[in-house]
Design a protein around this ligand. Structure first.
Ligand SMILES: Nc1ncnc2c1ncn2[C@@H]1O[C@H](COP(=O)(O)OP(=O)(O)O)[C@@H](O)[C@H]1O
Ligand SMILES: [Mg+2]
Length: 274
């Protein structure tokens, strides 16, 4: 299928210390969609992302990008980082330049772009993430939330087709979570394929087009919001709660307080049912 941008076929991964982090992952990511990987700590979300952008290679199985085999045990990985940007969970690991402007321009410089284009991209990325005023600041003086925003700007400036956000709301306050969700919406409207990992079901439920629920290195459940979030027992197995919007909706249904049979997607929809 040509609308599939990333595909994993039976991907296994064992870390050098023997930890089996991925145990036969099969996924198909459609282009331009909003995809969520949900699951408890240690279930393999970050390892999956590291495979997607080519930092790690499968110990068994194959990874395809736009239908082309790009990574497996034998095949040296292609320069996937140019196509698949990765916003790390921990900005401390991602950031390494002296100041904010240099940090964000590092990626575009590596792509061999003109000075003018680099400047334009960096300025736009700083504007989108609200770090323009910090551009001359040394990276190590920034607060956790500021570092996070710079790490997002880093990847926006790369203008990759796919962007991975590993637990993007960690270390952001509510105001900056809202700003992040706005950036994600704009990127989505611009046609990017967005993939986030999280264990925040409430955030994920309203946002995602398609969900992979992971547990112990395997995909336990997948589907759109209607298919996934009615599987209470499986969600519990993955230590995930039911989104509060659905719990209230269920209460309204059970008590004949609404007749709408379509589960609400967000607070506004839920309120309109009352
Ligand atoms: N560098 C590493 N070396 C050995 N084991 C690791 C390494 N990184 C992660 N793991 C292990 O791999 C499994 C999956 O981890 P990870 O992909 O980070 O999960 P998640 O992102 O869902 O929390 C866990 O058991 C974790 O302890
Ligand atoms: Mg992780």
């Amino acid at each position: 299928m040509d609308n599939i941008i990333i595909e994993f076929k039976n991907v296994h991964y064992q870390y050098p210390d023997g930890t089996k982090a991925l145990k036969g992952i099969n996924i198909k990511i459609p282009k331009g969609k909003k995809i969520v990987f949900l699951g408890p700590n240690g279930c393999g979300k970050s390892t999956t992302f590291l495979q997607m952008n080519g930092v790690l290679r499968p110990t068994e199985g194959d990874i395809y990008y736009k239908g082309q085999l790009v990574s497996n045990k034998k095949k040296p990985k292609k320069d996937l980082w140019k196509e698949v940007g990765f916003v790390f969970q921990d900005p401390e690991i991602q950031l390494f330049s002296a100041n904010v402007y240099e940090e964000i321009s590092f990626g575009p410089k590596n792509l061999g772009l003109s000075h003018e284009e680099i400047r334009e991209r960096v300025e736009e990325a700083m504007k989108d993430t609200n770090v323009t005023d910090l551009q001359q600041k040394p990276v190590h003086y920034l607060s956790g939330g500021e570092k996070k925003r710079v790490s997002i700007a880093d990847i926006l400036a790369m203008d990759t087709e796919v962007i991975l956000f590993d637990e993007p709301t960690t270390s952001l306050d509510p105001k900056h979570i809202e700003a992040l969700m706005k950036i994600l919406e704009e990127l989505h409207e611009g046609g990017k394929t967005l993939i986030i990992s999280t264990h925040d079901v409430n955030l994920a439920y309203g946002w995602g087009d398609y969900f992979y629920i992971m547990k112990e290195g395997a995909v336990l459940l997948e589907g759109d919001h209607q298919e996934v979030f009615k599987q209470k027992e499986l969600l519990q197995k993955a230590h995930l709660e039911i989104p509060w919007i659905l719990e209230i909706y269920q209460y309204l249904l059970d008590n004949n307080k609404t007749k709408v049979l379509q589960p609400p997607r967000n607070k506004e929809e839920l309120l309109s049912y009352l």
